[in-house]
Design a binder for this molecule. Structure first.
Ligand code: HSE
Length: 425
């Protein structure tokens, strides 16, 4: 039987789970792939740490980059993380040496995917990163292989489990943002630096990868518009509920070139609004298949290792695809930023001084920016002096929205203003 030797760099929760899957399931994976997939070598920060399984029979490297030049290794698994540094050095060295690389590193692929895809092609090596997007959901295989015959119109979804956990838990329990974030960190959903989660960066890394495969463009993280969830208050979550919506962090890229991550109001009955906890969901709008949705665990050891091992098994079986669905030379470069012309309805909350003429002044500003109110709730605050104006605005361009918000902010009667959020009808 064909021999396929694997090295793993990084024995955190994902690396350790990947190692255990390979060690415990060798014969079943051999039946499925026709190859004897054998874990041979590992590298991690601390050799002595108890990981719940025995690494004494495995070759140990203090420096992960040394795995790239080991003679009998066919596949290097990079699960250390970090867009640059040792992860990038190892990946480049391994591909340059003609070794296949499997990585869960969305930041590295979003920022350096083009260079790495070229390097893989030049060295006849495979570069696989299924686990980098939406954890256990085969989000890239659905798009690249399953929907290969289709024209994709849009790919969108809930791409960060931590944010979804925070938003849905705040909504269900009324607890504060920081309190729920600490819990998400303790549960192991959050990135090492949780600002990547709450500022939308992690979701944007994943969106850049989906966008590239969906629309044959070079992954370009810098081209995405990104808004995180830090500014979402429990007040907005409860006003949104009163209006029949839930707030979710959504990444969306379209064939027209719009691509971004931002919190949105979704109708309470819609599929994505009902996704709670660290679950991810990806929607594909395509022709001729129409709409496909996939939902599942987007973070954590088991789901991520499941996707890592599936990539290893693809390589062992001889299944070979271009990482972004076509040769690197056929990926178009992207220039300029996302257009601001796309129309959307918006949610906006203004805290105003509760006095005569204020609502008329607010509507005058909106009118001057070619915007108008579709639904309005006015809530008197307990102090008797202020009120919240909670509005759903009729469809307008994001450019008009920004102009209107800039003008509203300068009004002396307007105090606190919510993050303006697109509303899906
Ligand atoms: N921090 C990420 C999330 C982990 O919360 O979704 C998976 O990429």
């Amino acid at each position: 039987m064909k021999q396929c030797n694997v090295a793993i760099a990084g024995l955190g929760v994902v690396g350790a789970q990947t190692a255990q899957l390979l060690l415990n399931n060798q014969s079943s994976y051999a039946t499925k792939t026709g190859a004897n997939i054998t874990l041979k070598a590992v590298s991690a920060r601390s050799k002595g740490k108890d990981r719940g399984f025995d690494i004494s029979s495995l070759h140990w490297c203090d420096n992960p980059v040394d795995l790239a030049t080991m003679d009998d290794i066919d596949i290097v698994v990079e699960v250390m993380g970090g867009s640059d540094g040792p992860a990038l050095a190892l990946t480049k060295a391994a591909l340059s040496a003609g070794k296949h690389v499997v990585t869960a590193n969305k930041a590295m692929i979003a920022l350096h995917g083009m260079e790495l895809a070229k390097l893989a092609e030049d060295n006849n090596a495979q570069l696989c990163f299924e686990s980098s997007v939406a954890g256990g959901i085969p989000a890239l295989k659905i798009l690249r292989e399953g929907l290969a015959a289709n024209d994709i119109q849009a790919v969108s979804g809930i791409l960060n489990g931590t944010c979804n956990y925070i938003l849905s838990t705040m909504e269900q329990t009324g607890r504060a943002f920081n309190d729920v974030l600490s819990e998400a960190q303790a549960l192991g959903y959050a990135e090492a630096d949780p600002t990547f989660d709450v500022d939308g960066i992690d979701a944007a890394h994943k969106l850049a990868i989906l966008q590239s495969i969906a629309f044959a463009v070079q992954p370009n993280f810098d081209n995405l518009s990104i808004t995180g969830i830090r500014a979402i208050t429990d007040m907005d979550i409860s006003y949104a509920a009163e209006l029949g919506y839930r707030i979710r962090l959504i990444g969306r890229a379209t064939a027209a070139g719009d691509a971004g991550v931002a919190p949105m109001l979704l109708p309470m009955g819609s599929a994505l609004a009902s996704v709670t906890g660290p679950t991810n969901a990806v929607n594909y709008e395509a022709t001729p298949v129409q709409t496909i949705s996939a939902m599942g665990p987007g973070a954590g050891a088991g789901p991520t290792a499941s996707a890592v091992v599936a990539d290893i098994m693809d390589i062992a079986s001889g299944r070979n695809t271009y990482p972004f669905g076509r040769a690197a030379k056929d990926l178009a470069s992207q220039s300029g930023n996302t257009s601001t012309a796309a129309q959307s309805s918006y949610y906006l909350r203004l805290r105003v001084t509760d006095e005569k003429g204020v609502l008329a002044d607010v509507t005058d500003v909106l009118n001057a920016c070619d915007m108008s109110i579709e639904t309005l709730i006015q809530k008197q605050l307990e102090d008797g002096k202020d009120a919240d104006l909670v509005m759903i605005l009729h469809e307008a361009s994001s450019e008009n929205l920004v102009n209107a918000c800039d003008k509203l902010k300068t009004m002396s009667v307007v105090g606190d203003m919510s993050l303006p959020m697109a509303v899906q009808k």
